[in-house]
Design a protein around this ligand. Structure first.
Ligand code: HAM
Length: 418
């Protein structure tokens, strides 16, 4: 127990952390290009934020939150997602007073008490973006184009963008009544969860995974056919913006999303994975959430993608991530008396921006070189009495087996390596 991480969590070890860093760097780069700035919010928030924000009829709030009372008897919850915290921060810091839109991104850990399986964890990581203060369908389209562009740059293939419109509270209210009327005769056959949803949030029945409920909703009226003119016009514009950016998409009228705050556009990006959950990204517009959480009437939209699912998909698709963390040079030394010189040279090399390592275990030269090979360093140099006395040494290119005599200074070595 003591030496085993809790179920549904995992350590990111050095043999994998460089992959995370590579993707995180690509994320920072793309956010700069899209003019999106980072926000960092706390890992935990007041429970009420998620109850009100994510919605208390959702699976996330009903079953999956890590909630506890702190020593001051406040109900606290580890964030199950990033949107509610970003909205809270937007309101708390009066970001609506800035020129709009406010464009925020986050790279965070999230916590959901779910049944762990490939691509589903209890601690997982999201990269998400939220745009506040714009109603424009061009913003909805950017919410899809940003992760799409990132995935393409990372080399992902076989992706599908599924979009839908779930309308606004006005048209959804009418639709819910229509749906309930359709479901009423079959109410007794619905699963227990959907019976519960029938009154509180009937639209979520469309998303049920149970085969009986799936069968029942097959001929149900679709929300996309019932949305009002304004929502329909908005959706048409989103489609045009996607088309102009050459982003292929499909309309999936059954996407309703698992969180309550959405209005109008919703979307998911799905990878055809064989061994893990393929929904690698999801998001949409949520025009009522800022107001629901105590801010003004500020329209917004956003998305979040799962980092673990992204990495699993890259692995399944055989996409290699370059390891840029290899050392440039190993500075070996012979005898204790040359250890100080090796340390000084390594320190000087690092000052020149060269990634350098030396022995810290009192190994023999042979063992030092064996270790250098294991590290995959490109260059090595060995400092014996002669080298230190003459100020000259042989720089070995370990990949090609070629040796070059060089002056024993960090600048000379750096000049040769770069
Ligand atoms: P979500 O669909 O719940 O949306 O999560 C977004 C992504 O997080 C999923 O597509 C998936 O890749 C990943 N994810 C979710 N749960 C898990 C899990 N248990 N294990 C591993 N990965 C997971 C949201 O969270 C919304 N806040 C997105 C959003 C932002 N909508 C508007 N703005």
């Amino acid at each position: 127990m003591l030496t085993k991480a809790p179920k549904g969590t995992m350590d990111i070890l050095p043999e994998n952390s460089y992959k995370w860093q590579y993707i995180e760097e690509e994320i920072r780069k793309i956010c700069r290009e899209f003019g999106v700035s980072e926000v960092r919010t706390p890992v935990f928030e007041h429970t009420e934020l998620f109850q009100r924000g994510v919605g208390d009829t959702t699976d996330v709030v009903e079953k999956e939150m890590y909630t506890f009372n702190d020593k001051g008897d406040r109900s606290i919850t580890l964030r199950p997602e990033g949107t509610a915290g970003a909205v809270r921060s937007f309101i708390e810091h009066g970001m609506f007073n800035n020129p709009q839109p406010t464009k925020l991104y986050y790279q965070i850990s999230c916590y959901r008490y779910e049944k762990p399986q490939a691509g589903r964890y209890r601690e997982f990581h999201q990269f998400g973006v939220e745009y506040f203060g714009t109603q424009s369908p061009s913003a909805d389209a950017e919410m899809i184009s940003l992760p799409w562009t990132l995935y393409k740059r990372l080399g992902l293939k076989k992706l599908t963008v599924n979009i839908n419109s779930i309308g606004c509270p006005k048209c959804r209210k009418e639709y819910n009544e229509k749906l309930k009327a359709y479901l009423k005769p079959q109410y007794d056959q619905l699963c227990d969860t959907c019976k519960n949803r029938y009154e509180r949030n009937p639209m979520r029945i469309l998303d049920c995974k149970s085969s009986i409920c799936k069968d029942i909703v097959k001929n149900a009226p679709l929300l996309i056919d019932s949305i009002c003119q304004e929502c329909s016009d908005h959706f048409e514009e989103v489609k045009k913006y996607l088309t102009v950016m050459d982003i292929p998409f499909q309309i999936d009228p059954y996407i309703v999303r698992g969180l309550d705050y959405y209005t109008k556009t919703v979307f998911e990006i799905v990878a055809q994975n064989e061994n893990s959950n393929g929904t690698i990204c999801g998001g949409g517009r949520y025009d009522g959430l800022v107001e629901e959480l105590g801010g003004g009437s500020v329209p917004a939209c956003g998305f979040a993608l799962g980092m673990e699912r992204l990495l699993l998909t890259m692995e399944e698709q055989g996409i290699e991530i370059p390891d840029s963390h290899k050392l440039d040079i190993y500075v070996g030394h012979i005898g204790e008396n040359n250890s100080m010189f090796a340390q000084k040279l390594v320190a000087d090399l690092r000052e020149c921006g060269i990634c350098a390592e030396r022995d810290h275990l009192g190994r023999s030269v042979k063992a030092q070189m064996k270790y250098a090979n294991k590290l995959g360093v490109k260059y090595s140099v060995i400092l014996g009495d002669d080298e230190v006395a003459s100020g000259k040494a042989r720089l070995k290119n370990m990949y090609e087996g070629v040796e070059t005599e060089i002056e024993l200074s960090a600048q000379a070595i750096a000049g040769h390596i770069n």
